[in-house]
Design a protein around this ligand. Structure first.
Ligand code: ADP
Ligand code: MG
Length: 712
């Protein structure tokens, strides 16, 4: 038994529970056992009731004297109250809106309570504590408790499955642990002193002491990083055996192209262009990440490489994370190449276009020509379109390139490790060169782990004449000041973005933040701004659920200055370039991650005008403040990425979530020592047995991992 066939949970639970578990991707006993607590509450000592004082966490044990439900009509809720007594005294405990609890709270039963003690009407009282009925009076005192009176595991919360439920569900499943394969080979376990699987599983869920839980956690982090290291090592070996098309450097042509640009390249742009030219000239596939701050001018570097590729008679797939950005790239790149005999194509879900090359198609009016998708795909297959722009769907199966030699992935952090794997996995011997670009610097540890030995190019220098963006946190009482400010900028001829966290009000489970603050929705805010705040201005609405055509229309209206203000959502997060816009106002700024905020801010400050980023927040939480202050003071993305990693941990780092990495592996990506140990371990195993013949369970875990990454 093992792998994905390991006992399906349908044997143990009803359909409702199975559905909820499914949301957590838990299908088998193994999945359930690998669903780890996010923390432990230490309830290992009972306090005599007479000694209880208001505190965040306390445990007590006693007999239930009485229990009752009271309906509070005014607040529309039900209050469940019990009185519990031990040898020293009695205390009240209350729960809200869980009237069914009363069925368990029979007088005479012995109960453990663990949680917060508050003062209520001058008396101490447990408020919503964890509880467990441990018996009847003193008779069953010894019965082992899961929820109270010990280190209690707390699981990541999901709708409908409480930690309490998970504790009940997981405990009996532990007996199956001995049927799970331990994928860490014994010799590796010995070197790094890791507990075996059975022990680690029981200790991570129900630890005796916190140190045991920590050791178990380390073992599982090791396990996941170890599998990841095996994966990247094997990928690397595979990549080394591949070749790539040779793209010859044409100095005269490149010079001519560079001279046609409306500006001079910065020294950094020249330097990285040269690195890329050198890479693609060789027969080994390029695997390069180009990092440069927002607005540093990465696009032109990639266009130069694509141009060179086209001169060599080969094709480039140029991929962007959104359709809006693809279209913008298409327009810019066809413009840049308009005097060169190179045709550029755009493929999105809704349309296919090729630019009208004035040399080849002198009769066509300017602007792009729409063609059917079928016709487009045929042209790509015949290599009539050397540069094809689109979203990541470009490398999906139905697009066949005749001679694809270069893949450009813009805003790489939005994609996972999977693209690179998908490309390298091609059964052909020759694979395209890969250039990924990112404005969100990937911290070194993360990069090393996810991409192994990827080459890195940096653009540190900004094009001349850029002025820093002024960033301000705007508290609720200054909202009107912000609106006046926007009006002034618009009077000067500038434009503004207003970004909202949601599209519609009905979205998500809650319209309120944990602090009970209303979250702005773009549609409603658009109406409000249009009628109440800026009745004289032209305002547009843009969000991800609009049809491609509408999006395009709004975007071009904004670009052409037909709109003063664009109310929008995270669809404008990456890449959008509207140089005349100088205000980026972000509603509910606390709802966005630092990396996103940084990207939003990068949408302004793209011209000679002073630009501003206004972060609106109603939150007063200290943690929120810390994050927003970080963005207020960060002037470059590299500092910010490190800060982001510090504040939130790598799990929330933009896009890494989508990378297909398991949570624990992600949580360990800042642990350099563990990364090095697992890399060493992978080396030991692969040197001895590169095909993992002696380690069938490890091999099967690895193929599971691959599948997951490829399917994302
Ligand atoms: P990013 O690196 O964020 O993708 P872009 O490639 O979109 O940045 O470039 C941002 C803007 O800077 C574009 O409008 C582009 O035309 C302009 N630009 C690029 N390189 C230079 C340069 N060397 N001098 C002046 N402007 C430049
Ligand atoms: Mg860009």
């Amino acid at each position: 038994m093992g792998g994905e066939n390991f006992y399906m949970l349908t044997k143990y639970f009803g359909p409702a529970v199975i559905k909820k578990l499914g949301k957590l991707k838990i299908k088998t006993v193994r999945d359930l056992l690998y669903h780890f607590p996010s923390r432990y509450d230490d309830f290992s000592n009972f306090t005599p009731i007479s000694e209880i004082k208001p505190r965040a966490q306390l445990s007590a044990r006693g007999v239930i004297l009485n229990a009752k439900n009271t309906r509070i009509f005014r607040r529309n809720m039900v209050l469940t109250e019990i009185i519990v007594e031990d040898d020293t005294g009695a205390i009240k405990s209350v729960w809200f809106n869980q009237p069914y609890l009363i069925n368990q709270f029979k007088p005479g039963r012995l109960i453990n309570l663990s949680g917060k003690v508050v003062i209520n009407k001058g008396r101490f009282c447990f408020s919503n504590p964890a509880y467990e009925i441990v018996g009847y009076r003193e008779v069953e005192r010894k019965k082992e408790s899961l929820h109270t009176g010990r280190l209690v595991p707390v699981y990541p919360q999901t709708t409908g499955l409480t930690s309490r439920w998970l504790r009940f569900a997981i405990k009996p499943m532990l007996k199956f642990a001995n049927q799970l394969p331990d994928v860490i080979p014994d010799e590796i376990r010995k070197i790094y002193r890791l507990p075996n699987l059975i022990h680690a599983l029981s200790q991570i869920h129900f630890p005796g002491k916190i140190e045991d839980a920590e050791l178990a956690r380390k073992r599982f982090a090791f396990e996941e990083l170890f599998v990841l290291q095996l994966f990247t090592s094997l990928e690397r070996l595979k990549l080394r055996q591949k070749t790539a098309p040779v793209i010859k450097f044409d100095e005269v042509a490149v010079k001519k192209f560079v001279e046609s640009l409306p500006y001079k390249l910065t020294d950094d742009q020249k330097k990285v262009s040269w690195q890329i030219i050198k890479d693609i000239e060789g027969p080994k596939p390029m695997n390069r990440l180009l990092e440069g701050d927002v607005g540093s001018g990465k696009t032109i570097v990639a266009v130069m490489a694509a141009y060179l590729t086209a001169l060599n008679g080969c094709q480039t797939a140029f991929m962007a994370p959104t359709e809006i950005l693809s279209r913008q790239h298409f327009e810019k790149i066809s413009f840049l190449l308009k005097n060169f005999d190179i045709s550029v194509g755009l493929l999105t879900s809704g349309e296919a276009r090729v630019d009208c090359n004035p040399i080849r198609e002198p009769m066509a009016s300017n602007g792009a020509r729409k063609i059917s998708k079928k016709e487009f795909l045929k042209k790509v297959e015949n290599s009539e379109v050397p540069i094809v722009i689109g979203t990541h769907s470009l490398i999906q199966k139905n697009v066949v390139f005749k001679n694809l030699a270069l893949i450009v992935i813009d805003e790489q952090h939005r994609f996972g490790v999977n693209q690179r794997a998908a490309i390298a996995d091609h059964h052909k011997e020759s694979i395209p060169h890969l250039l990924s670009m990112s404005a969100t610097p990937i911290p070194r540890t993360l990069g090393l782990t996810i991409w192994g030995d990827l080459d890195l190019s940096l653009i540190k220098e900004m094009p001349k004449g850029r002025i820093g963006i002024i960033t301000k946190i705007v508290p609720p009482e200054k909202r009107n000041w912000a609106y006046e400010f926007i009006k002034d900028e618009i009077k000067k001829g500038r434009q503004a973005f207003v970004v909202c966290p949601l599209i519609e009000e009905s979205e998500k489970l809650s319209k309120k933040s944990p602090e009970g603050i209303e979250i702005k929705a773009a549609k409603k805010e658009y109406e409000r701004l249009k009628t109440d705040v800026f009745p004289r201005l032209k305002i547009g609405l843009l969000h991800g659920r609009m049809k491609a055509k509408e999006k395009e229309k709004i975007m071009s209206e904004f670009l052409n200055k037909d709109l003063n203000i664009l109310v929008t959502t995270s669809v404008v997060e990456v890449g959008i370039d509207v140089p005349n816009a100088t205000v980026m106002m972000i509603e509910g700024a606390d709802r966005f991650g630092l990396a996103s905020l940084y990207q939003f801010r990068g949408r302004v400050g793209r011209s000679e005008y002073q630009s501003y980023c206004l972060l609106l927040t109603d939150s007063t939480l200290a943690s929120v403040n810390e994050r927003l202050k970080a963005i207020e003071s960060a002037q470059n993305g590299f500092d910010l990425a490190e800060r982001d990693l510090e504040i939130r941990g790598p799990g929330d780092f933009t896009g890494v979530r989508q990378s297909g990495l398991p949570d624990l592996a992600m949580a360990s990506l800042t642990d350099l020592k563990l990364i090095e140990e697992t890399r060493e371990a992978a080396k030991i195993i692969l040197n001895a047995d590169p095909n993992l013949k002696k380690y069938p369970s490890l091999a099967s875990r690895l193929s599971e991992f691959k599948n997951r990454i490829h399917l994302e």
